[in-house]
Design a protein around this ligand. Structure first.
Ligand SMILES: Nc1ncnc2c1ncn2[C@@H]1O[C@H](COP(=O)(O)OP(=O)(O)OP(=O)(O)O)[C@@H](O)[C@H]1O
Ligand SMILES: [Mg+2]
Length: 261
């Protein structure tokens, strides 16, 4: 996909879905938010991105989504043609029914049928004619996932998509997202504040510090991942240390403050 002004576009190798090289982004003269960031994501790979608040996670995601054309920057970004984005709030259009939201902008005579199938996939069959405000927060996020997946994305970008959900709903969304990714096989870049969420879902967890990827960790825990597993716990400790959080209580406080703000 072509990138915005100030960026150069290279040729992707077959086994690379996303390639970011020497990416810089800054909002003012004081300093850069992204400072020469490099990142590759393979086709079908699930990468979780963590970092402190203000470290530039959303800035990177917006750059990959091509949503930052007004921001000063340079570097090289290659992404696939079909990119979908999911945010913390569902961004459903309130004046359109759920099926119309999901199928909005889709081309072809089978657009509505594909929308119905996507809604069924996320467990919302029967809610096609509901209005967004009639859905719970978790249901709205499921509709947002359906809207993304119906476009058959090669790359799914998700910025804290479950951040506003309660713990139980979040766990159910993890299971749903894993299932959908196993079927559709997009590459995924998931921004999250939740280290456990990153370890549960991702093939790789990357940590953003000072505008570059400071750690890039493959998660080798197999399919069934339990926070009770000592290897899970040791990864959590390591990632929290990377974030400068020395114990779990401090991490929970940080997440609670974020949730309350
Ligand atoms: N449109 C903007 N104008 C000016 N500064 C911005 C803009 N967007 C982001 N920034 C600044 O860039 C830095 C990185 O912001 P970004 O939103 O990428 O952080 P983040 O890692 O996603 O944080 P959080 O975890 O709180 O969502 C912050 O210091 C922020 O204030
Ligand atoms: Mg953010």
């Amino acid at each position: 996909m072509a990138t915005d002004a100030g960026l150069t576009t290279g040729q992707l190798e077959d086994r690379t879905a996303v390639r970011v090289e020497r990416l810089h982004r800054s909002f003012n003269e004081a300093g850069g938010v992204l400072n020469g960031l490099d990142l590759d994501i393979a086709p079908g790979e699930f990468v979780a991105l963590i970092g402190r608040s203000g470290s530039g996670k959303s800035t990177l995601l917006r750059a990959l989504a091509g949503l930052d054309r007004d921001v000063a920057g340079h570097g090289s970004i290659d992404v696939p043609d079909r990119v979908s984005v999911v945010f913390q709030d569902s961004r459903l259009l309130p004046w359109r029914r759920i099926l119309d939201n999901v199928a909005f902008g889709l081309r072809g005579r089978d657009a509505r049928r594909r929308g119905e199938e996507a809604l069924a996939e996320v467990g919302l069959a029967g809610r096609e004619r509901s209005w967004p405000h009639e859905l719970s927060g978790g249901e709205q996020q499921r509709a947002a996932l359906a809207r993304s997946l119906v476009r058959d994305p090669e790359l799914l970008l998700a910025d804290e998509p479950f951040g506003a959900l309660d713990a139980l709903t979040r766990m159910r969304m993890h299971i749903l997202l894993k299932r959908l990714c196993a079927v559709h096989r997009p590459s995924v870049l998931l921004v999250t504040h939740d280290v456990d969420e990153a370890i549960v879902l991702a093939d790789r967890v990357i940590v953003l510090v000072d505008g570059v990827v400071s750690s890039d960790i493959h998660i080798d825990l197999g399919e069934r991942r339990s926070p009770g597993d000592p290897r899970f716990a040791s990864l959590r400790t390591r990632l929290l240390a990377e974030l400068g959080v020395e114990d779990d209580h401090e991490a929970i406080d940080t997440q609670d403050r974020k949730a309350a703000s």
